[in-house]
Design a protein. Structure first.
Length: 238
């Protein structure tokens, strides 16, 4: 019985070998190219997590490309860089930049309540301030609504005077800042950025990326300008 089974297996192997021998040169070449293509695709997908997400855009005009980018910006909840947007849409970075400019122009009309904003190096759709202010009571930033006046004042001092120590904050507000600092640290609006080179080496605090994102700022330079009295007050602790 074992001899018969062995004979069948040997016969099957011989058939496979014979089939390989009978392949034409063209068929062998086709099999090799197919295998190489499959290997290339697998390597590409491993190196690029966006590979295969959306086919290459070879049949779209600029209107369609702009619509595609608008869709992605609408669906993304965080600011995305031009590089990432290019990978997601499979458009070139130059085309993405051109589409962004077209969307800026589109949303600049008075009858549009949204705009394309650049925040911490990325792009995102945001409501226009003048429209948002009218419905802020209902759709406003929930976290901001739970920040007390004292917390907002402490955050403002840090934003405009950073890097700044806890003692310097307290000298401006004339009250203990422990509780407000804890709240702002928990919210990740502020963080430790170093230590001041004075006796005791007190911790210096500054604002975070989350702070910029929350208030729709590209950088600290975009903060509203202080009047002379406010500037002098914030400088008292320096």
């Amino acid at each position: 019985m074992q001899e018969e089974t062995g004979s069948v297996e040997n016969s099957a192997e011989e058939t496979v070998v014979q089939d390989e021998i009978n392949l034409s040169e063209e068929e062998v070449k086709h099999r090799v190219e197919s295998k190489e293509q499959l290997t290339f695709q697998q390597e590409e997908e491993t190196e690029n997590p966006y590979a295969g997400m959306i086919p290459r855009r070879t049949d779209l005009n600029l209107d369609s490309e702009t619509a595609l980018l608008e869709t992605v910006l609408f669906l993304e909840s965080e600011p995305q860089s031009v590089e990432v947007l290019a990978k997601i849409t499979q458009l070139s970075e130059d085309v993405v930049n051109e589409c962004i400019e077209r969307l800026k122009e589109k949303y600049s009309c008075a009858d549009s309540g949204i705009e394309v904003s650049q925040i911490i190096g990325g792009w995102i759709l945001t409501p226009k301030k003048e429209s948002f202010d009218l419905v802020k009571e209902r759709y406003g930033r929930k976290n901001e609504g739970r920040l007390s006046k004292a917390a907002i004042e402490t955050l403002s001092i840090i934003a405009y005077s950073q890097p700044i120590t806890r003692a310097e904050i307290e000298s401006i507000r004339h009250v203990n800042a422990d509780n407000m600092m804890r709240i702002l640290l928990d919210r990740k609006f502020i963080k430790e950025v170093g230590k001041k080179d004075i006796p005791g080496k007190p911790i210096l605090y500054g604002t975070t990326k989350e702070f910029l994102e929350f208030f729709h700022l590209q950088s600290i330079a975009d903060l509203p300008k202080l009047d002379e009295a406010e500037s002098e007050r914030f400088e008292l602790a320096r």
